[in-house]
Design a protein around this ligand. Structure first.
Ligand SMILES: [Zn+2]
Length: 218
């Protein structure tokens, strides 16, 4: 009947759950906008896609501060804004962008990357869904050619401690290469504005590795 959000409880909870929530919420904006791209949307779907912007912007503005405040158990304005984006905005968007029983605009390549990685033994025992989806936003953006956004999310992930490299997920480049053919088969990219292909993914992960190497040289 009712849902209650008590940010004082959230502020006192382990920060890893807020952390994972940041990744999943950030993905919502990119997955909703890409999977609905170029389509004549129903009014409620269009509303949801537009609202998804509010999944991203508060996180970019307040996410890093919210993580610091959560670690200090401080129920701050930044934490509240972040929690509202993670729970309220994402909830509303998810409901609005459901298209029909067989396909919707709720998922995309970031989730495909996560679900494919779950085929590795014990992966889900040590990695939270949202944190890996947050990593998956990077190959999603690389495949989509949104290079400025790649840099923005790369820096956001670093600022909040979300993974930016396969090494942080304890996955070798060879393991990832063997997973790539599974990604186009996931239902999350069944409704997408273009076919997601293995060569496209290969290039995206190579570009990500090159970006990772830049960090190590600094
Ligand atoms: Zn998710």
């Amino acid at each position: 009947m009712h849902a209650f959000i008590n940010t004082a409880i959230i502020a006192a909870a382990p920060s890893q759950y807020l952390w994972a929530g940041l990744g999943d919420t950030c993905a919502k904006y990119y997955e909703a906008t890409i999977s609905s791209r170029g389509e004549e949307l129903e009014h409620f779907n269009a509303l949801g896609v537009q609202m998804s912007r509010q999944c991203l912007d508060p996180l970019l503005q307040y996410g890093a501060q919210a993580m610091a405040d959560n670690r200090n158990r401080h129920c701050s304005y930044a934490l509240e804004q972040t929690v509202l984006a993670v729970i309220v905005t994402t909830g509303l968007v998810s409901i609005l962008i459901t298209r029909n029983h067989t396909a919707d605009y709720n998922s995309g390549l970031a989730h495909s990357v996560f679900y494919t990685m779950t085929t590795l033994p014990h992966f889900e025992e040590t990695h939270l869904h949202g944190a890996v989806v947050g990593f998956g936003v990077l190959p999603l953006l690389l495949c989509d050619g949104q290079m400025e956004e790649v840099e923005r999310i790369y820096q956001f992930n670093q600022a909040v401690g979300l993974p930016v490299s396969l090494a942080q997920l304890e996955i070798s480049p060879e393991q990832m290469e063997s997973l790539l053919p599974l990604i186009p088969k996931t239902k999350d990219v069944a409704h997408y504005p273009y076919p997601v292909t293995v060569p496209m993914l290969k290039q995206a992960f190579a570009q990500l590795e090159a970006r990772n190497r830049l960090d190590q040289n600094i």
